[in-house]
Design a protein around this ligand. Structure first.
Ligand code: ADP
Ligand code: MG
Length: 213
């Protein structure tokens, strides 16, 4: 019989994934600083995606572009999805997030819990997995850098398959490679990229960004 140690779980099964977004203030710096704050919540080194610039959708007129990223973290043994969300909301407040006045108004930092291992929730305070994660390119694109084979609870397709099925979006650009380096020619399969340069088509113009969650 195979010893248990030889049956290795994919590492993403142990992770919680957090989606970061910012379109107010120094968004890129906010996201990088938030990475640093999230390290304190993790039992192991963070998995950090690239930073992506994305187009605001269903946001008030004149809303600035977003910077989006995903972090995968190994939660502390006593952490629950609820306790982690409370900590994420405290970090949002620390970064100047105010109670929402207008739907999808610009925010210095938004931290959404995309998934927490295999946990499922459907309460007012917490829906897990995040109910729109599977159809948001600004979530799936960075998530696919960390866990392309992840199948979110309730889904049958992996992150990479969900991503491939989405319509293209010409307004999405990688601006910082994993590890905080500015995106350069080697950041993505040899393609030349720099801040603001188009990387690949992604989100359809009509796709919704964040109805209230
Ligand atoms: P949005 O992320 O759409 O901009 P908010 O960040 O203002 O909206 O979140 C609104 C509410 O969504 C919060 O009060 C939070 O309790 C709830 N919520 C439910 N599920 C989740 C989740 N998976 N991640 C983050 N917030 C969630
Ligand atoms: Mg949120």
């Amino acid at each position: 019989m195979k010893p248990a140690a030889q049956v290795r779980e994919p590492s993403w099964r142990r992770l919680a994934f957090v989606a970061l977004g910012s379109n107010l203030g120094e968004s890129r710096q906010n996201i990088l600083a938030a990475f640093h704050r999230l390290k304190a919540l993790a039992d192991e080194p963070l998995r950090e995606s690239s930073l992506w610039q994305t187009t605001p959708e269903d946001c008030p007129p004149g809303s600035p572009p977003f910077v989006n990223a995903i972090v995968g973290l190994v939660p502390r043994p006593e952490e629950t999805p609820e306790s982690l969300l409370t900590k994420l909301q405290a970090i949002e407040t620390e970064f100047g997030r105010r109670p929402r006045q207008v739907l999808n108004e610009p925010r210095p930092l938004d931290l959404d819990l995309i998934s927490f291992q295999a946990e499922i929730r459907a309460t007012k305070a917490l829906t897990l997995p995040h109910p729109r994660a599977h159809r948001r390119r600004f979530v799936l694109q960075p998530l696919s850098e960390l866990a392309p084979d992840l199948v979110l609870p309730g889904q049958t397709a992996s992150v990479s398959r969900l991503l491939a099925a989405l319509p293209p979006d010409r307004g999405m650009f990688r601006i910082v490679a994993p590890g905080g380096r500015p995106a350069t020619g080697s950041a993505n399969s040899g393609a030349s990229q720099s801040a603001g340069r188009r990387l690949e088509g992604t989100r359809a113009p009509s796709t919704r960004r964040g109805s209230p969650i």
